[in-house]
Structure formats: C-alpha cells, structure tokens
Design a protein around this ligand. Structure first.
Ligand SMILES: *Cc1c(COP(=O)(O)O)cnc(C)c1O
Length: 360
C-alpha cells in the first residue's frame, strides 16, 4: 500500500487511523454482524453512533445547549438556499464577498430577497479580507453572511466582522475544527464536511435554537426547513448515515489529539513551514496578503504558467498529489487540513527547494 501526500482542497485527506478503523469495521460493526452502511438508521446501534458524534462535536467546539447540531445532506451549496429560505424574515440580508463560495451564496440569496454585497475583495482577485469594522449593515438585515476561510483563494478572517448587532452566518467548510471557535458569536455556523472532517455528502449546521423558524418562506420544501430536521434529530428521513459515522470517528480522533487548541498549534506549525519558505523563496511566492493568510489552503505561484505546470507534474511524480491551483487562480495550492501530517509539509518544502535549485 502506497499512500501519497494528498494536498487536495476537497474531498481531502483523512486521518489514516480513522480509515483503518472503518476498514476493520466494514463487515461487522461491533458484533452487530453487519456494516454501518447496511444498518437501519432507526436501530439502537445507529442511534448511538449519531448521538455520540453530536456529543463529541459539542465537546470539541464547546457548543452551548441553546444551539442545535444538524447533520444534513446537499453539501454546503444547499445551505446557500436553505439559509435565506429559513432566515430571511424581512427578506433582506448582507453578504461579504471574499471569493467564489461567498459569491455563489450571495447570488442564490437574491432569489429569495434583497441580498446586499456590503463589502468585497473582488478588486484584487480575492487576495485579502476587506476591513469589516464599520460596514454599511442594512437596518433591517436578517443576517450578515461570511465565508470564513476561502478555500480557493487562501484567505481567512482573523477577526469576525462587526455586524452591528445582526446575526452572523458563517460558512466554515474549509476551516471546520481547525482551531477553537466561540460559537456564541454566531447565529449559524455550517460547513460541508469533505474538507476537514469526513466524506462528501454531509453538511453540519450549528444553529442557535431561537433562529429556527416555525415557518419559512412560502414554498420552502419540507426537506429544506431547519425545524423539520431539528425536531427529528436529523432523522426526518434517512440521514447520510455512513458519512456521519466517519465524521464521528474523526471527532474522536480530534479529541485524542488534544482537541482544537492542540489542532490549532499543529496547523500553525505546519502553515509556518510553508509560508516561511514562500517568503524567502526566489522562485515561489504566496498570493495572499500576509495578515489574511489561511492555515488550511496555501496558494502560490512561480509567475510563469509553464513552470507552474512543470512543478505540478514533477511534484505528482514525487508523490505530492493535487497541488494544481483552482482553475480561476492558476498556479498551485497546497491544502494542509488537520489530517495532513507535518512531515507532508516538510517534504513538500524540501521538494520545492530542490525544484527551485534545478530551475534557477
Ligand atoms: C467546498 C466548499 C463549498 C461547496 O461545498 P459543496 O459541499 O460542494 O456544496 C462551499 N463553501 C466552501 C467554503 C467550500 O470550501
């Protein structure tokens, strides 16, 4: 078995330990004589899996009791519609546009009401986070929306925006569980799990209870109502059962690793190795304003598209996979999520040094 160093932005690397455990339980989960994929979601064994997953996530993120944790389907993109359908009481919301995902969410919200772009970093290819200390927040905004870590561009909010008392809704798909968060600062935190937690198809929504509406915008499908899922413990219909099981295993792995403080230290150490190299390289350079750099997604370029392509090709041959940048940015991107070991980044940097020497 040869595992590569997988720098994919998502679906992405998972802890090897988790994959091995899941493999061992594939045919017979804890003496039930069946695998989790084959199990009724109404069974005792499955109920224990989802309950434990929720509790472990609550422990990791210190989620207060007045927040619901929902395990839903449809990926992060489905939330682009679900959020306005459930939260747009006044039919007004403010969006901060820091990349493609925020832009897509903003465009989707326009179907349901007035979605204002109150700030944007589109003018410089989303290479920075705008100053959000005094934005023209709408008087009657139902919420302010951000994408907290911009997977494609490699930026991250280091300070949450001043929402002037409005509810903050945050897409944390690509920074989920990468560092501690203060849940109480948010109305809704949500993310697709395939970047940092588990298999694609699960999206986790953490929502303050009082924000879950009795009624949604007219015509909202039953499946897109938070209340239905909250009232049914994420089991109104068959949940993405196997995906939730893997997420649960990752939560346990995170706890064993020391929780989110330890994960933050680990991620800062990894990112520093790569950023320090980029800052001193004569060939490679980072594309993001320093103070807004993400710990999870690190885009970089040589400034020469042919050389970029050569690098990606040679890196792949050397066992470093998925380093090609997003098609809208070009260059390279190394996604170094929780499960990427430090030696993966160290070896990548050693390879980059060698490439630099060979291509000077
Ligand atoms: C990947 C990603 C999405 C889209 O996720 P899907 O599950 O494919 O819908 C949305 N937001 C962010 C920040 C992402 O990284």
């Amino acid at each position: 078995m040869a595992r590569v160093y997988n720098f994919s932005a998502g679906p992405a690397v998972l802890p090897e330990e988790v994959l091995k455990e899941a493999a061992a339980e594939m045919l017979d989960y804890k003496g039930t004589g069946m695998g989790v994929m084959e199990m009724s979601h109404r069974s005792k064994a499955y109920q224990a899996i989802i309950d434990e997953a929720e509790q472990d996530l609550r422990d990791l993120m210190n989620i207060p009791d007045n927040y619901k944790v929902l395990f839903l389907q449809g990926g992060a993109s489905q939330q682009f519609a679900m959020i306005p359908m459930n939260l747009m009481k006044n039919k007004v919301a403010d969006y901060i546009i820091t990349g493609q995902w925020a832009k897509k969410a903003w465009q989707e919200a326009q179907k349901y009401g007035t979605a204002n772009a109150v700030a944007s970093s589109a003018d410089e290819t989303f290479s920075y986070i705008p100053d959000c200390s005094d934005l023209p927040i709408s008087e009657d905004a139902d919420y302010v929306y951000i994408c907290e870590n911009n997977t494609i561009y490699g930026t991250k909010y280091k300070q949450l925006p001043n929402t002037k008392g409005k509810i903050l809704v945050s897409d944390v798909s690509s920074c989920f569980l990468s560092e501690p968060v203060d849940v109480t600062k948010y109305g809704v935190i949500y993310g697709g799990v395939q970047k940092n937690i588990g298999p694609a198809g699960v999206v986790i929504v953490i929502i303050r209870e009082d924000l879950i509406p009795e009624t949604c915008l007219e015509g909202t499908p039953t499946m897109l109502q938070y209340k239905i899922h909250a009232d049914n413990g994420s089991m109104y219909n068959t949940p993405p059962a196997y995906g939730i099981y893997i997420c649960g295993k990752v939560f346990k792995w995170l706890k064993k690793m020391g929780g989110l403080e330890a994960m933050q230290a680990h991620n800062e150490k990894k990112a520093k190795i790569l950023y320090d190299f980029l800052d001193n390289s004569k060939l490679f350079k980072g594309t993001v304003r320093k103070e807004d750099r993400s710990l999870m997604n690190v885009p970089f370029v040589t400034g020469n598209a042919d050389l970029d392509a050569k690098f990606v090709k040679e890196a792949k041959e050397a066992g470093f996979e998925n380093l090609k940048g997003h098609r809208t940015v070009g260059g390279m991107r190394a996604s170094i999520y929780n499960a990427m070991p430090i030696e993966g980044v160290e070896k990548l940097v050693a390879f980059m040094k060698e490439f630099e020497a060979n291509n000077a």
